[in-house]
Design a protein. Structure first.
Length: 291
């Protein structure tokens, strides 16, 4: 798929976008957007083709995914991994499909992941430890990582605070403890060839994320979910120096638009040579889009 993307035309690669609506729906329910309303206000729910049009208009590529949290909620994802992969295949110049498989599915999760890789061509996996209620370093999850690592694909993990359940009674039942990025240090040791992305500025565990990414060569940080004007100073300092090849542009769209993110990113005190690394070049290397 990488050769289908004209890297020369791209201004950026957004490594963190959510698909909130299915092409099979006659009406948008608004339920997924409502779960984030306490943090982000009113947000749109877009299908995969709508996301493709949105990012094509901006001359960007985007990683797209859902979140499978069936163990906690008892509900299957509103948009299936299969739909995302099949629809994204119609827009190979713009979209890169990731999958989400709830580790709570146990042995079935391993079978599902293997099928999504072999039959649907997904290019990575998204995990949300707080939404899926698991510690990333729980060895019960390791058979799932083994499938991902064997395929040479990256695993992206939510970290830190989350907009899911924010402001709701008991935070919607979401427990933040699962998303401390220090748990990923064990995963990085035990799966040294599986690229790992720590998603978001990891409030309140930013230093843990920087430590893991700085120590483990295959661990990256994406900058999604927060406007750059709110980035902690140590994150900016590391992105500008020690981690300049390990930091990735991500918006968390539709919770935050790439337009808003990029406008604030332009105001950060970064070296000129660092900006293209964050916006595109690091993602090209991580996702294997260069050839």
């Amino acid at each position: 798929m990488g050769h289908r993307i004209d890297l020369g035309r791209l201004t950026a690669i957004d490594v963190h976008t959510h698909v909130l609506a299915s092409v099979t729906e006659e009406e948008r329910s608004g339920t997924d957007a409502a779960a984030l309303a306490g943090t982000f206000g009113e947000i749109p729910e877009l299908t995969v083709p709508e996301l493709a049009a949105y990012y094509r208009e901006r001359q960007m590529a985007a990683v797209v995914f859902t979140v499978d949290n069936v163990t906690r909620t008892g509900r299957e994802p509103r948009v299936s991994n299969e739909e995302i992969a099949e629809q994204a295949a119609r827009f190979p110049d713009t979209l890169i499909p990731f999958a989400s498989v709830d580790p709570g599915r146990g042995a079935a999760a391993v079978r599902i992941a293997r099928r999504l890789i072999e039959d649907h061509g997904v290019r990575g996996f998204k995990f949300h430890p707080s939404d899926q209620e698991f510690y990333p370093n729980d060895r019960a999850v390791y058979p799932l990582y083994e499938v991902i690592a064997e395929a040479g694909l990256p695993a992206l993990f939510h970290s830190g605070q989350t907009g899911v359940g924010s402001g709701q009674r008991a935070g919607g039942g979401i427990r933040l403890k699962y998303s401390n990025p220090i748990h990923l240090d064990d995963v990085a040791v035990d799966f040294p060839d599986m690229p790992i992305v720590i998603a978001h500025p990891s409030v309140p565990w930013q230093d843990e994320a920087l430590a893991v990414a700085g120590h483990k060569p295959h661990v990256y940080i994406d900058l999604s979910g927060w406007s750059p004007k709110y980035f902690p100073p140590q994150l900016v300092a590391h992105a500008n120096s020690l981690l300049k090849h390990k930091v990735l542009f991500g918006s968390d769209f539709p919770a935050l638009t790439p337009d808003r993110w990029l406008a604030d990113f332009a105001k950060l005190d970064l070296k000129d040579e660092v900006r293209p690394l964050i916006l595109k070049d690091n993602a090209v290397r991580l996702l294997g889009l260069g050839g």
